[in-house]
Design a protein around this ligand. Structure first.
Ligand code: ADP
Ligand code: MG
Length: 686
């Protein structure tokens, strides 16, 4: 049957099979009633029994079944937080950490940051004496191990969203396995939305010999237990496009408008890839619905990490009667967050994924096709409250024949510099022999060791150097930025470099929207520095401080006020960390050359040279001779200085350098003599 058949050149769909079946309904009810209706509630006793008797429990259950919000509460009610102990629950995503923590605090009727708290990088909302349930990112828990290698304050650690196989989750699981041997009283819960339980279970399964030892001392069963929480959503009817769509953004917007026009009430969840295409879709949809016939009742809401708190809350607030909510989200809504009331899902078939090529040593975030497993998860979001529909903006043929069954674990598609330094800092010397859930490629590992060696973080025995290596590991930033901060101490510009580091850690400090690009470019000129984007950041920061941190000033200058406020907090924390490491906080008073030298000391591996006789601004990376270009958002776009250093690369049709600064090539030898040894800088190896 052809359910959507838009005569005005919309998208054509046909439906095939439906997804899954059965189970509970929802209405308005007290918090306690709501809790009892969640599928995990029926498993409360079973879960607590497994945690009591097994060192590791693996819990699999559909998104929305209550794993994240309920299990930590069950544990607390059962006494696992008594005697000053803490229950930890990790999430791969920062936004999910904040969201579930505030939900659990609300359910328990306590103030967030007291009994229930959370920690993400640069934001700690916990109380040392009061917090009993703590949500945190897996990356933050890894960092905590640097001060407390056995994570001794935690009685139970729940590693949530394990199916996502984020870089930090994989490393964390390897380390927790080690900790378990030293702390038999520690309990692990590994929870996941899909059935990847077997692999994790055999990973945690001890050898026969150790199992025999374990039974002698009457400790918990070392063999992991697996529990599957039943209770799936309602039927979801799947629709595919008849022909591939040329522009998924436009197709997604038309599909939403058709649903709104032709389908019964119920909220819509649209999966796009990132802030840029989400913002574009929000705008397109708002424009179209303003011109449209029946579009008055649409409430259009974006959802991505970095969204201000108030906007996040809107996404979770109930839809007013007679209105229809359209949430336009990254894959954060795939499994990490549950939105009630979604009946229609529009799936672009793409997400932003990290890819790393160890040969070229280039890591980039690219928009790539999702896996079948992700597509099923996305569709499942439509069946929470009643039977739903999922519109896939790709063909059935494509789903069946082209989509991979599962995604590749992030550890196998990432640059490993940060992971290697962390493992080293935790005393794991033999990185190649580490107990990996999935081994990264040896090329990637060697690349990471090479970069860390050239940064002076590792010595020739691949041990952390003292003090540089240990200090770089202490700073919760990419080692290249951390090294820049250390170098700024010698150059007398730590204040400036810390400001730059804080601003670079924001996704973007500019407000960009379709149609305002020209104004934004003009505004940027007010701050633009001839040296490049890093120095431009310093100008923006100075302007913000001089405006008395005014939101009006930000608005006028197309600057994201929330990002600036957060950057100030990050900056304060970095200053404290720097002081702890003995770095003298000092400003270079406008001598920008030393700032550029400090950046070169950390980022020399990202040096690029403009191709001689290049008319279109082609650069080549010095290390691997890759073709790269300056990103149009950079103040150096079209300026094309001869030598530059970039902060990161983004790939679309080409590899673009984001946040670029011009340098003098002689600084490269000064910064890394072992890396650039000739008159004309050339990499030594490979
Ligand atoms: P799981 O971890 O199994 O995916 P959750 O524990 O996250 O499930 O969610 C269980 C239920 O709690 C959801 O179905 C939803 O009703 C409710 N819930 C979770 N987070 C929020 C929130 N921030 N606001 C309102 N309700 C929420
Ligand atoms: Mg969850």
């Amino acid at each position: 049957p052809r359910l959507i058949d838009d005569e005005e050149g919309g998208v054509l769909f046909y439906s095939t099979s439906a997804l899954s079946s059965s189970s509970s309904g929802y209405g308005f009810a007290s918090v306690e009633k709501q809790r009892q209706r969640l599928p995990v509630y029926k498993y409360r006793t079973a879960i607590l029994y497994l945690v009591e008797t097994h060192a590791t429990a693996i819990i699999v259950g559909e998104t929305g079944s209550g794993k994240t919000t309920q299990i930590p509460q069950f544990l607390k009610e059962a006494g696992w937080a008594e005697g000053g102990r803490i229950i930890a629950c990790t999430q791969p995503r920062r936004l999910a950490v904040q969201s579930v923590a505030s939900r659990v605090a609300e359910e328990m009727g306590v103030k967030l940051g007291e009994e229930v708290g959370y920690t993400i990088r640069f934001e700690d909302v916990t109380n040392t004496d009061l917090t009993r349930i703590k949500f945190l990112t897996d990356g933050v828990l890894l960092r905590e191990m640097m001060d407390d290698p056995l994570l001794s304050k935690y009685s139970v650690i729940m590693v949530d969203e394990a199916h996502e196989r984020s870089l930090s989750t994989d490393i964390l699981l390897g380390l927790l396995k080690k900790i378990q041997r030293r702390r038999p009283e520690l309990r692990l819960i590994i929870s996941s939305a899909t059935i990847e339980a077997k692999k994790i279970s055999s990973f945690f399964s001890p050898s026969k010999r150790r199992q025999a030892l374990q039974t002698e001392d009457h400790g918990p069963n070392a063999e992991p237990a697996i529990l599957s929480v039943e209770g799936r959503g309602f039927n979801v009817e799947i629709f595919y496009v008849e022909d591939p769509v040329p522009d998924y953004l436009q197709a997604a917007v038309s599909t939403v408008l058709s649903i709104h026009d032709q389908e019964a009430m119920g909220d819509i969840l649209m999966f796009l890839t990132g802030q840029d295409d989400i913002d574009a879709a929000v705008q397109l949809l708002s424009e179209e619905s303003r011109n449209g016939r029946n579009q008055a009742g649409l409430i259009i809401l974006p959802l991505y990490s970095g969204l201000p708190r108030a906007d996040q809350d809107l996404v979770f607030s109930p839809t007013p009667r007679g209105k229809r909510k359209v949430v336009i989200s990254t894959n954060i809504a795939e499994t990490s967050l549950t939105l009630e009331g979604i009946v229609y899902v529009v799936d672009s078939g793409f997400s932003k994924q990290r890819f790393y090529n160890p040969i070229t040593d280039i890591e980039s975030l690219i928009v790539a096709p999702i896996s079948k497993a992700s597509a099923r998860q996305r569709a499942g979001r439509a069946g929470r409250v009643r039977p739903g529909k999922c519109y896939r903006l790709y063909t059935e043929q494509y789903f069946l024949k082209e989509m991979s069954a599962e995604g590749i674990p992030e550890i196998q598609r990432s640059n490993l510099v940060s992971s290697v330094i962390q493992l080293k800092a935790l005393g794991i010397d033999n990185i190649l022999g580490f107990d990996w859930l999935a081994s990264p490629s040896s090329e990637a590992m060697i690349r990471a060791l090479e970069v860390l060696y050239s940064l002076g973080v590792l010595d020739s025995d691949a041990k952390l150097t003292s003090p540089d290596g240990f200090q770089v590991a202490e700073i919760p930033l990419d080692p290249m930025i951390s090294k820049t901060i250390l170098a700024s101490n010698q150059y007398g510009c730590s204040e400036e470099v810390i400001t730059i580091a804080a601003l670079l850690s924001m996704q973007s400090i500019w407000i960009s929207a379709r149609g305002t690009e020209k104004e934004l470019d003009e505004v940027k000129l007010r701050f633009a520095a001839a040296e490049g984007d890093h120095v431009t950041f310093l100008n923006v920061y100075k302007g913000f401080i001089q405006s008395n941190k005014s939101s009006k000033w930000c608005h006028k200058n197309f600057i994201n006020y929330n990002a600036m406020k957060r950057a100030l907090e990050v900056r304060e924390q970095l200053r404290r960390i720097a002081q702890r490491l003995g770095i003298v906080l000092k400003s270079c008073e406008g001598d920008i050359q030393v700032v550029r030298k400090a950046i070169t000391a950390g980022f020399f591996a990202n040096a690029c040279r403009l191709e001689p006789y290049s008319y279109n601004g082609t650069y080549k990376t010095v290390r691997t001779s890759q073709e790269v270009y300056i990103h149009p958002s950079s103040v150096l776009f079209r300026v094309n200085p001869k030598w530059v250093i970039y902060n990161s690369l983004v790939s679309t049709d080409r590899q673009y350098m984001r946040n670029v600064i011009s340098i003098d090539p002689s600084w490269l030898r000064e910064a890394a003599p072992h890396f650039y040894q000739h008159q004309q800088p050339k990499p030594i190896a490979h």
